[in-house]
Ligand binder design. Structure first.
Ligand code: AMP
Length: 596
């Protein structure tokens, strides 16, 4: 008998989830479903993302609601739009063979009119982010008097994002006798407080150990010099040719800069951060989900709720300030029973942070050596050989050319042909990694740091400070417009502005040191097209959002990324030109880089 039937799930739901490939319940489903099916208990489930939580609460909901009645009976609150859409979609899939099941996804950044219309038409399950839900409640557009179940999904994330008060307000709109089911990856005291305030003697379930990460995640760190970080990062990425990863940075600027550098270096990468419009974010996520991006560079906040399966690596380009965030970050890999690797790039000073994280998550990190150039070449070579082995041959199309191809190659033996095909790509890597230095910290210490001052980095011109503004060419600025805009808001003369480096979603510009304060003052609470405009000193994180008593300024501390342009220090530049198809994931080759 199907194990889901044994748990008490009916045939039409089991048929639907069987189609989705669910053969047996995940641990949380196995334990939670029988409890939730009774409908008698409040419930607290401590489980990581990717453990099958959605079905753990979704199947019991579908079992217990009365779908002949078109009123909201269940409310699922979750932190992000992405998760909201995902849950709604999953519930619809589970209900594929059931009649009259109506689920609505209610989230910000989308047309509220459409959502209100769906609610008016009649829904039984509302999946919502707290802000938009409150908005709809405020319009008296929904009746929660028949709600029997409230699910708080990723409760810790919701609280992290400041939704505590919204949640209180929403819950106060629902009937006293409803049951509350709370799921959270971690159990900080704030979450515990919700359980105490809103639940009666809840049934508690922990899958895995409290506060620890998923057992399927391997935690590795690489000890490097800060200035070698970008080079080491690229080398690690190259060492895993099939990597499908999320790279975490600490600030929006760093996110954007790393993504830009990677794109320049020929990788399929893009950034996800709070300065992007919802539409831009959706676009990036779509490309990532569809595997047209190999690396997603993200801030913690922007990456919340990302639930893409098969992420092979999470890379902490910068360690998070909060250990909780490390758990969230690493939980983006090893979903649905798969394994994954969480990598941290650290310098000596950051080792204490690693030890601290180890204590909290109860897992040891393993130190790994940054691969040598030759090791990367070998890895790439065999990845290419595998690709050749597995490539799908379009028989009909290729057959037309085959005689001609064979004729051209007839003077070569099979071995020679193989060697040449392999060399097409291999040579590029050999070239790139010729004389590549050992980036592990001991080797760097032994070598001394003589070349530190020669690191190429972008510094501001003498007497000028390099600032960042979160507006760029996508906001339809050209350099002239930007100059005018800055002068106008800061009330300074155009002569005080130096170089303006206009990028897609942001711009760097230089301002005379003496005028920097005026720029910060002038841009306090400025909005552009409904978006808060933010000024920061490039590289030090000081922001106009945080007032003007920030940290020291006047320097552009981009040294860490000195190696960004393909290790120019070693006379090798822009590997994208020498790297061709290796960087393209799932066999998709960018025309512009393809010479063949
Ligand atoms: P969730 O934690 O609900 O986001 O689920 C993570 C992923 O695991 C989703 O892609 C689900 O479709 C999948 N999944 C959930 N339960 C099962 C199961 N019992 N068997 C196989 N896959 C599952």
């Amino acid at each position: 008998m199907n194990p889901f039937l044994e748990l008490g799930i009916r045939h039409d739901i089991v048929n639907a989830i069987t189609e989705l490939g669910f053969e047996k319940p995940s641990p949380i489903q196995e334990k939670a479903i029988p409890v939730l099916l009774t409908g008698n208990d409040d419930f607290v489930g401590l489980a990581q993302t990717g453990t099958g939580k959605t079905a753990a609460f979704g199947l019991p909901l579908l079992e217990q609601l009365d779908f002949s009645f078109n009123q909201p009976q269940a409310l699922v609150l979750c932190p992000t739009r992405e998760l909201c859409l995902q849950i709604a979609k999953d519930l619809e899939k589970f209900a594929k063979f059931m009649d009259n099941v109506h689920v609505v996804a209610v989230y910000g950044g989308a047309n509220i009119g459409d959502q209100l219309r769906q609610i008016r038409r009649g829904v039984q399950i509302v999946v919502a982010t707290p802000g938009r839900m409150l908005d709809i409640i405020g319009r008296n557009a929904i009746d929660f008097s028949n709600v029997k179940y409230v699910v708080l999904d990723e409760a810790d994330e919701m609280l992290n994002m400041g939704f505590q008060e919204d949640i209180n307000n929403i819950l106060s709109e629902t009937p006293e006798d409803k049951k509350t089911w709370l799921f959270s990856a971690t159990m900080p005291k704030e979450v515990r407080r919700i359980a105490q305030n809103y639940m009666t003697d809840p049934f508690e379930l922990t899958v895995g150990t409290k506060n620890t990460g998923n057992a399927n995640i391997e935690h590795n760190y690489y000890l490097i010099k800060a200035k070698d970080k970008y080079a080491a990062f690229k080398r690690i990425v190259d060492f895993y040719p099939e990597i499908f990863g999320i790279v975490f940075c600490r600030t929006k600027i760093e996110t954007q800069e790393i993504a830009e550098a990677l794109i320049k270096d020929g990788y399929n990468a893009d950034s996800l951060h709070g300065d992007l419009s919802q539409q831009q974010r959706d676009k990036v996520m779509k490309r990532y989900r569809e595997r047209n991006l190999q690396l997603l560079i993200a801030t913690d906040v922007a990456a919340r709720g990302i639930d893409v399966n098969d992420v092979t690596h999470v890379i902490n380009y910068s360690l998070p300030d909060e250990v909780e965030n490390y758990t969230h970050r690493s939980g983006r890999t090893a979903r649905a029973g798969k394994t994954g690797i969480s990598i941290s790039l650290v310098n000596v000073k950051e080792m204490s942070k690693i030890r601290h994280i180890e204590k909290i998550i109860g897992k040891s990190f393993e130190r790994k050596q940054v691969p040598q150039g030759t090791e990367v070449c070998e890895k790439q070579l065999f990845a290419m050989v595998d690709k050749v082995h597995n490539v799908e041959v379009q028989e009909e199309q290729i057959n037309a050319f085959l005689p001609q191809i064979l004729e051209s190659l007839q003077d070569l033996t099979k071995e020679e042909v193989v060697k040449r095909f392999a060399s097409l790509e291999f040579n590029r890597f050999l070239d790139y990694y010729k004389e590549a230095p050992d980036l592990n910290i001991e080797a760097r210490d032994a070598r001394g740091d003589r070349d530190r001052d020669r690191e190429p980095g972008r510094r501001s011109s003498k007497g000028f400070t390099r600032l960042f503004i979160n507006l760029g060419s996508v906001d339809e600025f050209n350099r002239g417009d930007m100059l005018g805009f800055i002068c106008n808001k800061s009330k300074i003369s155009g002569k005080s502005i130096g170089k303006i480096d206009l990028k897609g979603v942001f711009t760097f510009f230089e301002v005379e040191d003496a005028e920097v304060e005026k720029v910060f003052q002038g841009f306090k609470s400025v909005e552009f097209n409904g978006r808060a405009v933010r000024i920061e000193v490039s590289g030090d994180g000081r922001s106009s959002d945080r007032g003007s008593n920030g940290r020291g300024r006047g320097r552009s501390s981009d040294r860490e990324r000195g190696d960004r342009n393909g290790s120019s220090r070693n006379g090798r530049r822009d590997r994208d030109r020498s790297n061709g198809g290796f960087r393209d994931f799932s066999g998709k080759r960018k025309e512009s880089r393809s010479r063949y």
